[in-house]
Design a protein around this ligand. Structure first.
Ligand SMILES: [Zn+2]
Length: 177
């Protein structure tokens, strides 16, 4: 893991939350682990960038899974020595980045503070299982509400420039508006 001021370790819950009236919404990410909680305030575009970064990581994971069919080891809480230090963070995020750790099959989210100086360590790191990350992306897209529509057959969120090949239509590409 990256050296950081704080780490939540493997988190049990991660979600995007929006508050306020439409057109004037604010966004934050809420992360919970045995070590505590973090509220990471983000701009709408940062939320979108994070979701897209997760989607890139998922494709990377899929590619790697195709190449080696090794028996995957995943983190479990019992393997990680936790000290419950009751973290309770609330801050405005600067840069965020993602790293996939193949050995633990976990995705590390690295969050810098809003004011970032040279060589500054991240303010917070946390680890997400792929399942929690996927749930975050799915729910986060709805929170972001980027106007992406869902496929009426399989509920997949459609990208504007992507030809969706729907599994519910026997793999044939279907023109959907
Ligand atoms: Zn579909």
């Amino acid at each position: 893991m990256e050296e950081s001021d704080h780490t939540l370790g493997l988190i049990s819950s991660f979600e995007a939350v929006s508050q306020g009236a439409p057109g004037n919404r604010t966004f934050h990410l809420k992360a919970i682990s045995q070590r505590g909680t973090a509220t990471i305030r983000v701009e709408k575009e940062q939320l979108n960038s994070l979701i897209m970064a997760f989607e890139r990581i998922f494709r990377l994971i899929d590619d790697q899974a195709d190449h080696h069919s090794s028996n995957k080891q995943s983190y479990s809480d019992s393997e990680v020595a936790y000290k419950n230090n009751n973290l309770d963070l609330d801050f405005k995020s600067g840069n965020m980045s993602l790293k996939y750790d193949e050995i633990s099959s976990a995705i590390e989210l690295i969050v810098f503070g809003e004011v970032q100086e040279d060589n500054q360590s991240p303010l917070l790191t946390l680890l997400l299982s792929q399942k929690i990350a996927e749930d975050f992306v799915e729910a986060g897209l709805e929170v972001y509400g980027a106007g992406r529509s869902k496929c009426p057959l399989c509920d997949t969120l459609l990208n504007p420039n992507e030809n969706h090949i729907c599994p519910r239509s026997n793999g044939h590409a279907t023109a959907l508006n």
